[in-house]
Design a protein around this ligand. Structure first.
Ligand SMILES: Nc1ncnc2c1ncn2[C@@H]1O[C@H](COP(=O)(O)OP(=O)(O)O)[C@@H](O)[C@H]1O
Ligand SMILES: [Mg+2]
Length: 351
């Protein structure tokens, strides 16, 4: 059984460096067995937050709890957390096994016992047989897995990842992120994960905390953040979005959104009439024949991508990016078209 105090609790934490407030009154929780991601552009305070959980950085105010215990004033080695760094931080002169045994040995574990546990973790990560290699004799993905094995070997309460995939190429990133997620789920690890890559965050997380300028902009499940972004920044930052500034009109018979002299029915969902921004994902738009659909336009660019066609359409609503699942009838450049969507496909944001 897990209690609500297990995992990590971050309570109104602020971190100042002189005049810079790197983290500004941030509160969140990582439940036991959950993977929570801190996502945001460079400089938004992700690493600082992670380092305050690890005890590598002190807090200016607020509290940090791990497993129900207030660890705010505890040193890093008294917190039962382990961190996996972007650069892996493997010892280059030590082989894989010695790298993984280093932590337990420095905690005075018996050598035979440390080796046994290390062999177990390496096997679990698909690294059996590579124990005698030096880090320089491994691929990037293998080095990353050694770094994970090294942080798992002490069986910490909480595992912290700071942009663990940024040194890998795109294909490997996808595979290793799946491996990390599978391992986390299989072992029910409690993980706080940092990335600036929204797709990676969507792929691995139970819960995402989006940070902007040291503050939490929004938090929720991947689905919540993608389908119901709370602001223009969030709609734009997570996934592709067309953003159109206009006016929302609400009458007894329904709501409509207008921009550039063209109006379309939308669901107001309780929003008041007035200036609004419409956000719509490219795959929620469809291209139809000219004279049909909700917004008229001209096809400016068309690309056939096999599984879909991608269009840029010039319209009274500005340039619209359209991912059309119907890639069979590719529209041509300068062809007049209509853009269509369902009223429920758009997100309305106050402006
Ligand atoms: N040791 C430090 N001294 C002064 N400013 C710092 C220090 N560490 C981080 N900062 C500042 O705090 C802010 C957040 O940094 P960081 O947490 O590293 O962001 P992220 O990991 O999201 O890229 C940045 O403005 C950064 O310049
Ligand atoms: Mg960082």
């Amino acid at each position: 059984m897990t209690s609500p105090t297990d995992g990590v609790v971050f309570e109104s934490v602020t971190k100042r460096y002189g005049d810079v407030t790197a983290v500004d009154d941030v509160s969140f929780r990582v439940a036991q067995g959950e993977l929570v991601t801190l996502l945001g552009p460079s400089g938004c305070g992700k690493t600082t937050t992670l380092r305050m959980v690890a005890g590598l950085e002190s807090v200016s105010s607020g509290r940090v709890l791990i497993g129900g215990t207030d660890v705010t004033l505890r040193a890093a080695n008294e917190r039962d957390v382990s961190m996996v760094f972007q650069s892996y931080a493997l010892f280059p002169h030590m082989n894989v096994l010695d790298n993984v045994c280093y932590g337990p040995l420095s905690m005075r574990m018996e050598r035979a016992k440390a080796r046994e546990i290390a062999h177990g973790k390496l096997a679990m990560l698909g690294l059996a047989g590579l124990e005698r290699r030096l880090p320089s004799e491994l691929s990037g993905g293998q080095q990353q897995r050694v770094a994970v094995a090294r942080s798992l070997v002490l069986e910490p309460k909480v595992l912290l990842f700071d942009e663990p995939l940024s040194n890998l190429d795109a294909k490997l990133r996808r595979r290793v992120r799946q491996e990390i997620r599978e391992l986390q789920q299989k072992l029910a690890l409690t993980v706080l994960y940092v990335t600036h890559d929204q797709e990676e965050a969507l792929a691995v997380s139970d819960h995402i905390i989006v940070m902007d300028g040291g503050r939490i902009a929004q938090q929720g499940t991947p689905h919540d953040l993608y389908e119901s972004p709370a602001s223009r920044f969030l709609a734009d930052f997570i996934g592709d979005a067309n953003l159109v500034d206009g006016e929302l009109a609400v009458t007894a018979s329904g709501a409509s959104f207008g921009a550039g002299g063209v109006s379309a029915p939308v669901r107001a969902d309780g929003m008041a009439a007035g200036p609004a921004t419409l956000a719509v994902r490219p795959h929620r738009l469809r291209l139809v024949d000219a004279g049909r659909g909700l917004v008229p336009g001209t096809c400016k660019r068309a690309a056939y991508l096999g599984s879909r066609a991608e269009y840029v359409v010039e319209s009274p609503w500005g340039e619209l990016l359209v991912f059309d699942a119907d890639a069979l009838t590719l529209r041509g450049r300068d062809e007049p078209v209509g853009v269509d969507f369902d009223p429920g496909a758009v997100i309305l944001l106050a402006r």
